[in-house]
Design a protein around this ligand. Structure first.
Ligand SMILES: Cc1ncc(COP(=O)(O)O)c(C=O)c1O
Length: 368
């Protein structure tokens, strides 16, 4: 059921529509100019209307992490879905089978065990499920090392219900860099690793058509590496304070803010917001930064959101106390926008300070 609360009834998420549209169009141009496909990761907005808008602006398809996200998106009519996450276990495979009745689905994976489950499903359905081999290009999360890619691909060859169509990585390690230039170096390095790996696989006889990469801090550089075929940025749609700290976004290009209200000023050096960890998430900044706290309050660079409880955000005030009042509302740029959206039910669409509608976050909480 859609919430009918007023956006001023806080805490609430506001989208500056013009800022978001500008970034969406810019990313479509980045992809078109580089001659690569754009496949945005929808885990950032979790919202069918925004995924459809990305497709309308030229995205080839979407990326999801979880089958629950894919189910919501397929229900809205989205047909081309890449699950950039290993699908493990019979319950997930059952849901994947149903999903494949409605959408063209591809899956990334890094093990023969996961591929075998998919292959059995593919065989039952009488088709080959497209798979992408996940490469660990430095994030050290999932993925096979580039030097092991040919061996890993050989292990998949005998499986009749899957078809290896490409390789995929996520260069999220760029977010730990201290600067935009550091992120650029990661982009170029990972781009080169992926293109070389694809080349070695082709030389070994594998039909690698897709070289899929992407993260917001690197995407504008890695898209232009010759041989890359697809980019999958997610966070770019809203940006956040991580991206600002890294230098790939600015306060001006952050499209989503949390509107919160000062509910208490119990001491000279302390005020309290009605947004805690259940609104802002507990994520601190990723890039190395002198800035502490759980988000950036616009217009108040000296105030830190120093602590969070579930429903309270505790501000440490230096000399700003006199400017804050109980009942006052402030806008916060989240450190990491994706978990913030996942914790909400609606987002309000704002244009020039006027609310022109709201979007239901239909895939919020769809974490399985
Ligand atoms: C596999 C994968 N692809 C793409 C992305 C998008 O990255 P970003 O949110 O930095 O744009 C993510 C982010 O977590 C991811 O895990």
């Amino acid at each position: 059921m859609q919430s009918q609360l007023d956006y001023r009834d806080t805490p609430s998420l506001l989208i500056d529509v013009e800022k978001m549209e500008r970034t969406l169009k810019e990313m479509a141009t980045v992809a078109a100019d580089a001659g690569v496909a754009l496949r945005p990761h929808v885990k950032t907005h979790k919202c069918t209307a925004l995924a459809l808008r990305q497709l309308e602006l030229g995205a080839r398809g979407i990326t999801v992490a979880k089958i629950g996200e894919a189910e919501v998106m397929a229900h809205a009519g989205i047909r081309d879905i890449r699950i950039a996450y290993p699908v493990v276990g019979e319950y997930k495979l059952k849901r994947l089978a149903k999903l494949m009745e409605r959408a063209e689905v591809s899956v990334s994976l890094d093990s023969v065990e996961v591929a075998r489950g998919l292959s059995d499903l593919g065989r039952r359905l009488g088709r080959r499920i497209p798979i992408l081999l996940k490469i660990n290009a430095g994030l050290n999360r999932t993925g096979v090392l580039p030097e092991d890619a040919v061996t890993a691909a050989r292990a998949l060859e005998s499986l009749p219900g899957v078809q290896l169509v490409g390789i995929l990585t996520h260069e999220g390690q760029a977010l730990k860099e201290p600067s935009r230039d550091g992120a650029k170096q990661v982009a170029l390095r990972v781009g080169a690793i992926m293109v070389e790996t694809a080349q070695r696989l082709r030389q070994a006889g594998f039909g690698i058509e897709e070289v899929s990469v992407g993260s917001t801090p690197t995407v504008r550089d890695i898209a232009r590496v010759p041989g890359v075929t697809e980019i999958r940025p997610g966070t770019y749609i809203f940006n956040d304070f991580n991206e600002v700290t890294l230098g790939v976004a600015s306060e001006e290009t952050c499209a989503l803010t949390v509107l919160a209200t000062i509910i208490s000023i119990p001491a000279d050096d302390r005020a309290v917001l009605d947004a805690g960890a259940k609104t802002l998430s507990s994520d601190l900044l990723s890039p190395p930064s002198a800035r502490k706290g759980y988000g950036y309050i616009k217009g108040y660079p000296d105030i830190t959101i120093a602590r969070l409880n579930e429903e309270h955000g505790i501000l440490t005030l230096q000399n700003a106390k006199s400017t804050l009042k109980i009942g006052q509302q402030v806008e916060i740029i989240p450190n990491h926008v994706c978990p913030v959206v996942n914790l909400a039910d609606v987002m309000y669409l704002m244009r020039n300070g006027v609310c022109e509608g709201q979007l239901e976050i239909l895939a919020a909480g769809k974490n399985r």
